[in-house]
Design a binder for this molecule. Sequence first.
Ligand code: GL4
Length: 808
Amino acid sequence: MKITQERFVREFKKQLAEKFALDVKDAAPIELYQTLVSVVKSGYSEIWRNTWKSYVKNDQKQVYYFSIEFLPGRLLKSNLLNMGWYDVVDKGLKQMGLSLDKISESEVDMALGNGGLGRLASCFMDALASDGLPGNGNGIRYKYGLFKQKFVDGYQIELPNEWLTDGNNWAVARESKAVDVLMGGQVHLIDNGKYLEAIYEGADVIKAVPYDTGIVGYRNDHVNTMRLWDAQIPASEEVKYPTIEDRRRVEDLTSVLYPDDSNYEGRILRLKQEYFFTSAGIQSIIRHYKKYDRPLNEISEHIAIHINDTHPAMCVAEFMRILLDKEHMDWDEAWQQTVKTMSYTNHTIMAEALEKWPVEMLATVQPRILQIIQEIDRRYALELEGKKDHDFIERTRIIKDGMVKMAHLAIIGSHSTNGVAKLHTELLENDVLRDFYELYPERFNNKTNGITVRRWLQVANPELSKTIDQAIGTAWRFDAKKLHELEKHVGDKKLLEKIGRAKLDNKKKLAAFIKEDTGIEVSPHAIFDVQIKRLHAYKRQLLNLLHIVKLYLDLKDDPNRDVEPRVFIFGAKAAPSYHYAKTIIKCINEVANMINNDKTINDKLKVVFLENYGVSLAEKIIPAADVGEQISTATKEASGTSNMKLMLNGALTVATLDGANIEIKDHVGEDNIFIFGLTKDEVLEYEKNHHYYAAEYYNSNPVIKRVLDAFVDGTIPNIEVEGHEIYDSLLRVNDEYFVLRDFASYVQAQEAVSEAYKDKQNWNKMCLINIANAGYFSADDTVEKYAKEIWDIKPNSTEMRGKAKDVY
Ligand code: GL4
């Protein structure tokens, strides 16, 4: 449908009348929102259909991105932008006396993930479609999204996130594409003379129903699919589940998203979820493949399957299961196809996040899958016999001491293992996965993460986007690397001023939101210093807090001190079972209370902890940030992606040499970033030789002593228990993440920030250099590298980024 303002208004009114029998003036926001979604959906539905049909027609190789988390956030504005409808709809709504911004607020975030890993999957979905690449998502349609966070007396409270209450208007349920997933029971292998037949006894049959969401490419005629599976009871099995509790047992399978980012609870339900979406996805892929009578021994030339972290690692065994048991392929051929089809990304080196499952648990969830994994493991060990020593084989095999190591399964069963930033990949190769790197050097590669510039700049920050258009034209909207042309304008004082003004406008908006949300008043002229990410000890929100307490104590000593006013802004959820992280939340909230209510501080310092951090809140905070905090202990943050979003919006980064911060520094240059803290080698050295003594820093540095004492001597009120816990974690448990070791260096970096902010013109110049270099972290390019170097998939030549600009 070619859109014009007139046509849009007519269509909108028509659908509102049909759907709700209402006029514009009588409709509630949610009704307006749902009508708009339906107009937008009818705008892309034909193209959606044509896209998947063209894959079949052209026999195009497709990738399926398996991820246990997706965090798309709101889809309304990003779909409008990608369709090229944004301005027309914006104006059309205004013509009817409505506001796109307001209507958009009615959309509940699709929050089916915890943090960076899930958001990366969604940035990749957007980028795949925008690159015109044949890429599909495969995941779980959790009934409850990530919990809703509230603060009560400074403590985090978790409330259920019932995001489906009003239905999800974007997804289409496809009953006709449902598949059965078998779980539990027993399996016997019987030789029927021709092949080994797998006989399942007493297994539960679960119906997996796909819900498909169209993922609209940017200004090309391309709409991909994100498929999320829901667990239901098959009609044939209803008698087996006579009570509500019985039914719930099945439905609970896709009920909750595990609210853990880097710690995974060894819960059987989690393992069942992993098998459920893996099996449903693989079955439907192979069924679709077979529909067109292509030979299965070529399947790896037609499809690629990506294992996003280890949660879908059972893809390897499930693919084998179908090729062996259903298609009767011999082992070697099936294995060859499997390895060629699969690829795997590692997202963390945190030991507690590397999944291991007890053998008995796998036996309970799917005995046939366990058998296949055991056979893969046996053959792996056999193959290496005589080539590698015993210890090597024992260290690297999949099953060891009754535990199944999912990362080993993913590496052995795939042709590619990648890390998510240069440093991270280097650590995988030389440390965490050293043995495998020795064994399969050709399988290892780096793909530094990327973000979609459309959502994180075009949608989130129209003010800055317009300023950029005026300076360098609009080509950057199609190819983010073109942002680099901004660097030619670093001497343009008018432009620098405009960048400063756009930032100030965004800060005013955020200040108004903060006032409305928390009652706290902040000045938009203060430095907005932002740390937004999951709450985790290694991310060191605590280091940030210690610095804030230092600034406060300095001001108490001398209220007339000449300081650059700062507003410290936090957004973070802690896993409900992660006690220490929740302790830090409580302490931040109490420090915030103390400072914000202290009249003697005279607005030189404010601390704001916004509740319920998520994609939509990030879109409000990031455009208003002056400073981004990326202060994890070196080696611990695999990549980070908020670092990229913040720099893209002209925030300057305070950073350790960790994850992708290093690559950011390499692009913007040392003068345009504030680096501090231990390096990777120093951290590894401390960890190896155990000669770090945190108490020495407390005893020898009076500032550290004073700050830490404030946590236990009553200076900070209402943290009698929590203050001691923090104090002990640093001094008695010896500060696992080197907070005290990095403190002095951090303070210095922060002083440099305050100093730099005094010269606004130079500050804006640094912002410009950051914006100009953020295009290197565009997900479009990252995904293009995955497509070329890992998946071997190609775009439809006519549907590449920006090729067909006005197709809707
Ligand atoms: C993470 C990493 O912690 C984070 O650094 C990275 O940016 C992200 C996407 O690659 O993956 N790993 C896990 S686990 N959660 C993450 O957010």
